[in-house]
Design a binder for this molecule. Sequence first.
Ligand code: ADP
Length: 355
Amino acid sequence: MTDSIQQHVRRITAGLLVPAALVVAVLLLLHYFLLLPPSPGAEIWLIIGAAAATLIALYLRILRFTDRMSAQMNRMTVAAREISRGDLDRRIDSSEMQFGELRELADAINAMAMRARIDIAEMKRLERVRSEFLGNVSHELRTPIFSVQGYLETLIDGAVEDPEVRDDFLHKTHQNVLRLHTLLTDLIEISRIESGEMKMSFRYFNAVDYFKAITDELQPTAEIAQVTLEFQMIGRKNGNISVLGDRDRLKQAIVNLVENAIKYNHPGGTVTVELEPHENEVIVRVRDTGIGIPTEDLGRIFERFYRVNKDRSRSVGGSGLGLAIVKHIIEAHGTSVKVESILGQGTTFSFTLKR
Ligand code: ADP
C-alpha cells in the first residue's frame, strides 16, 4: 500500500521525534543517576542539543521528501503537457508514484487521456459514416435523376412522335420518379429516427388481429409477384395474444420485412408471417422461400445502403434503407432483429415482442 502525503509526513516526524525523545530521556536518566553530582544547566544543554539535532535531521528528511515529490509531479506535468498536445497514447506509470494522492492523480490523467482518445476515435468514425452516407445519398439520387433527364431529353428531341418509344420512356420515367419518392421517404424516415425525433407510443394490442390485418393488406403486392403470402400461428390456433408495442412503427417494420420477402423471392414462392407465443413474449417471424442471403453478407444487410445484389435491389425499387429502418424500430422496442438464411432456399427474419 502506498502512503498518502500526510501519512508520510507524519511517519517522518514520528520516526525522528520518538527516538529523539527516548535518547533525551535516557541521557537525562543517566545524568541524574550516574553522573552525580549534577553539573548546573547540563539538562538544558542536553535538551537544546537533542532538539537541534532532531530539527536538522527533520529538515534533511523533509527536503528529500519534497525533492522526490516534485520529481514525480514534474514527470506528471510533462506527460500531461504531451497529452494536451495531442499524444493521446501517452500514459503515466502510476506504479512509479510513491504517494497515494500522486498515484490517484496519475490514474485520473491516464483515464482522461483514454476517454479523450475513445471520444475522438468515435467522432472520427461518425464523421466518416456521415460523409459516406452523404456520398451514398448523392449517388442514389443522381442515378434516377439522370435517367429521368435522359428520357425527357430524348422525348423532347423528337422521340415523343413515336408512340411506342414515348410510352416506354414515360413508363421508365415514372418508375424512376417512384424510386426517387421511395428513396426520399426512407431518407426522411431514417433521419427522423436517427435524430431522435421519432417518438414511440407503446400500447398493448391483440397481435393475432394485427398481424393478420397486415398480411391481408399486403396480399395484392404478393399476388403481383405471384408469391403466396400466409399468416400462421404456432402452438395455438386462435385467441387473443396481447403484446406491447408501437402499432404504427411496428407496422412499418413488418411491411418492410414482408415486402423484402416478396421482392427477393421467386414466382411460386411463399412468404409466411408467423407468431409463436411464449409465456412472457411472442416470437414474430417473417419466413420466405426466396433467393436467400450469402452468409458473408448477413452481418451487413442492416447497414444503410448495403445491398447484396445492387441491380436486383434497384430493379425492384429498393432504397437500400429498409432494413436499417427495421433495425431501429425493433431496437426501440427493446429487442433486436435476427436473420437466418440459406442461399437459394430462403430467409427468416425474427424478433420478439413483450406480452
Ligand atoms: P432494399 O431497399 O435494397 O431492399 P433493404 O435494407 O430492405 O434494402 O435490404 C438490404 C439488402 O438485404 C437488400 O438489398 C437485399 O440484398 C437483402 N435482403 C433483404 N431482405 C431479403 C430477403 N428476404 N431475402 C433476400 N435478401 C434480402
